[in-house]
Design a protein around this ligand. Sequence first.
Ligand SMILES: [Zn+2]
Length: 91
Amino acid sequence: MKCGDVYLHICDHLDEDINSERCRQIRQHLAGCPHCTEYLKSLKQTITLYRALPPPRIPAGTHRELFKTISTLTTKAAAGTPKRGRKTRKA
Ligand SMILES: [Zn+2]
């Protein structure tokens, strides 16, 4: 197993049965790779911090605006760059 494989599967590793073949391979790699060990450590720290935080509260209005903005942006991105000089709104 290479570092790239560890990065790919490390998230599963956190939830997966620790005795599975893949987890054993990951553990084996981690034992000899300080880079991946460090990576896993920071990943676990991030998850711990994230879980310690209360769930975010977004006001309903902000939530709607956010989704409107996202859908507008994705629609624009899907339609491509608009042509220059073309007015879409009346002044
Ligand atoms: Zn590694």
